[in-house]
Design a protein around this ligand. Structure first.
Ligand SMILES: NC(=O)c1ccc[n+]([C@@H]2O[C@H](COP(=O)([O-])OP(=O)(O)OC[C@H]3O[C@@H](n4cnc5c(N)ncnc54)[C@H](O)[C@@H]3O)[C@@H](O)[C@H]2O)c1
Length: 432
């Protein structure tokens, strides 16, 4: 089966590469010529563990191709995935420009029977709009429009795609659904659970999932505030809660707020969809508001521990929105760094993969290739991203490098007693 993936970013590249791994003939197309040039040269334009090896395998097997000519990649494909960005518009709704531009290109080049599938996260009703654009030029029998939302997590995207918790297929056209069931046959044979439903429901499953996870993260962040006031330990609260099968331990770690390219924009877009439908989603609304407070809470903790921010040299470990990624979109770490700089601090940072992306967005951040150089002369050390390698730092070396032994751990990575015994003033979230 021939497949085209339009948009070769975090989702499109992983989708295309993994589908090629399962034996499909895949062309990943993107308008970003630099991205395609890198891929053709055997390089991966994003940091995603395990992806480059799989790209090399797919290319070597002759099943994975890259093109900066989206038009040319459309005829001949039985399935066309839309994996372009759906960034937030200023009013919080999803900006659908890239999706509809790509659909216009598909319509221009459409041939034979083709199934158009949204992998991008799109508001409910987008499938119907795509159908209407296509129907202006083509008979309704020549195409189907389906929703197949993606749930992968950056940092473990390949594993998530190959072994998904579920595959959601929303298609109101039985012929289109058959094509997608055939496409996913290898994964279904690997026992991947599958949810088949109508298109609008599939579209909503994605937003509802992200809305729920954002609420869960925000809930534990709120509880961590209460822990600080009543002498409780949020890590134990989280553990005790997570052992309940009805709750589960995931997304129950306190931190500087949810970020990344999905939760912030998807929660706002969900609220926008609800508003347009005359429904008030009070819980999601509260989560969005509470999450926005987390950055200020972090900045307040830093200034309480280290004193006036004016002229304060701060070392920051982590700039990515989470560990194992170079993505800084809506990264709380980056937001905190920017706020510190606005308040007059200097930020010396280290991130194993995201420093280039972060300094492009905030050139005032001084990036260093290792944590000890970043710490040199700083009066506070902020742990902002939960990279695994930050779990085994040389604290003796850090204490010598810092000009004041103050650690503000926004990820609760360390044992408070051990850090205090090692001579640090140690502040974390929801613990004494
Ligand atoms: N990143 C994630 O973890 C994740 C997870 C699940 C779902 N999603 C959703 O998937 C979608 C894509 O996200 P992403 O993070 O991969 O975005 P991204 O910005 O990394 O990639 C999008 C790509 O689409 C390309 N593009 C835009 N218009 C195009 C066109 N007309 N033709 C060809 N290429 C075009 C861009 O150049 C870019 O390379 C979004 O809707 C997002 O919400 C993302």
């Amino acid at each position: 089966m021939k497949v085209t993936v339009i948009g070769t970013g975090y989702v499109g590249l992983v989708t295309g590469t993994c589908l090629a791994h399962f034996g499909l003939d895949v062309t990943c197309a993107d308008i970003d010529k630099e991205k395609i040039k890198k891929l053709k040269a055997g390089q991966c334009p994003i940091y995603e563990p395990g992806l480059l090896e799989l790209i090399h395998k797919g290319v070597a097997a002759g099943r994975l191709h890259f093109s900066d000519q989206t038009e040319a990649a459309i005829p001949g494909a039985e399935v066309i995935f839309l994996a372009v960005g759906t960034p937030p518009a200023p009013d919080g709704s999803a900006d659908m420009t890239y999706v509809f531009e790509a659909v216009k290109t598909i319509s221009k080049c459409h041939k034979g029977y083709q199934v158009i599938v949204t992998k991008s996260t799109v508001p409910v009703g987008t499938g119907s709009k795509i159908e209407a654009i296509m129907a202006k030029e083509h008979s309704k029998e020549s195409f189907a429009v389906a929703s197949n939302p993606e749930f992968l997590r950056e940092g473990c995207a390949v594993g998530d795609f190959l072994n998904p918790d579920r595959i959601v297929l929303g298609c109101d056209d039985p012929k289109g659904l058959d094509v997608l069931l055939k496409l996913y046959k290898p994964m279904r044979e690997n026992d991947a659970p599958i949810v088949v439903t109508n298109r609008a429901t599939a579209e909503l499953i994605k937003y509802a999932s992200n809305g729920f996870l954002a609420v869960k993260i925000t809930f534990i962040n709120e509880i961590s505030k209460l822990c600080e006031e009543v002498g409780a330990d949020v890590m134990m609260v989280s553990k005790g809660m997570g052992m309940d099968g009805r709750i589960g331990p995931k997304f129950l770690q306190p931190g500087p707020g949810y970020g990344g390219s999905c939760f912030p924009k998807d929660t706002r877009a969900l609220l926008d969809v609800a508003k347009a439908s005359g429904v008030k989603l009070k819980v999601v609304e509260a989560a969005v508001e509470a999450n926005e407070d987390q950055v200020e809470r972090a900045v307040a903790k830093i200034s309480k521990a280290a004193g006036s921010l004016k002229g304060l040299p701060v070392a920051m470990l982590g700039l990515a929105f989470k560990g194992d990624t170079d993505d800084v979109r809506e990264s709380p770490a980056l937001k905190i760094a920017k706020r510190l700089i606005e308040a007059g601090a200097t930020v010396r940072a280290h991130d194993p993969a995201a420093a280039d992306n972060a300094t492009r967005e905030a050139p005032a951040i001084k990036a260093f290739p290792d944590p000890y150089e970043a710490a040199s002369g700083a009066k506070a050390l902020v742990i902002a991203t939960e990279w695994n390698e930050f779990k085994s730092l040389d604290w003796e070396k850090l204490r010598k490098a810092l000009s004041a032994p103050v650690v503000i751990d926004l990820r609760n990575l360390y044992n408070p007693e051990q850090l205090r015994e090692a001579g640090f003033t140690y502040i974390s979230l929801g613990r004494q």
